[in-house]
Design a protein around this ligand. Sequence first.
Ligand SMILES: [Zn+2]
Ligand SMILES: [Zn+2]
Length: 349
Amino acid sequence: MTIKAYGAHAGTLPLEPMDITRRAPGAHDVQIDIAYCGVCHSDIHQVRAEWAGTLYPCVPGHEIVGRVVAVGDHVSGFRAGDLVGVGCIVDSCRHCGDCDDGLENYCDHMTGTYNFPTPDAPGHTLGGYSQQIVVHERYVLRVTHPEAQLAAVAPLLCAGITTYSPLRHWQAGPGKKVGVVGIGGLGHMGIKLAHAMGAHVVAFTTSESKRDAARALGADEVVVSRHADEMDAHAKSFDFILNTVAAPHNLDVFTALLKRDGTMTLVGAPATPHDSPEVFSLIMKRRSIAGSMIGGIPETQEMLDFCAEHGIVADIELIRADQINDAYERMLRGDVHYRFVIDNATLTS
Ligand SMILES: [Zn+2]
Ligand SMILES: [Zn+2]
């Protein structure tokens, strides 16, 4: 079937309307009418070929929500009319240790929602800046938020799980002091989620102007990281720091804030490496620096259910599909609170 989409034909070209095809649903497939798709920073990197290996035409988008329109004969978990989500993963090998553990995000053969090889035309996956998507039921998530919140649910599928998974893995919760570095698409979700988990949340920002906003998101304290005296006041006090900043920066100023056995986990992917950490700072307090990438399918469902239960959605600005190129420019300037979401109904016009 042929549908409308927005994508790019080359890294140097803007996104434009295009027609793409989707496979007919197989026995285990779910066919979804996409209502909204969040705009992730990775979309920009991929479309503009800033990471290696972008395949064109490139249709980005891995924060997808919508309604099921049809299911294959062997699909048991979904039926037409269900509200569903699709995140960063649309397939994996389904038999390795990672897949067995429900950690498909770490499967060596994970198929990303866009820009990954697939048997379907045109030979690589095409994402959510499109009217429909067809996905194996294993990789489809149930959405239980009220339908009125659907647009603001979309960013949970990447920004939400990318922050939820490390917060859970490193046991953010009551009695824990948790830092969140950066207050953007990822960071604003990290603050909301850590707060809902019961942790004492400290937000770090470089801009004085974000203090009030961070508190409104649920931060108990806000530190302007350029102010050395404010940073020093938190030395050796954190159990866990979630660092969402992708731009290369000095990690040592944050590891110095970890208490003994504390961990700082990086979820932003820098285009060029950070300077190496000061190893003595790690040795002296048995501190760790770690990484984490999105989350597996069961944990993504757990995250969506947690958010529905706690009334958590992303703070979004809804845009038409033809505003996407401007939205990218605004994201690069940090001019969005905190996530753009495309209204996919505007793909028709
Ligand atoms: Zn993303
Ligand atoms: Zn696997």
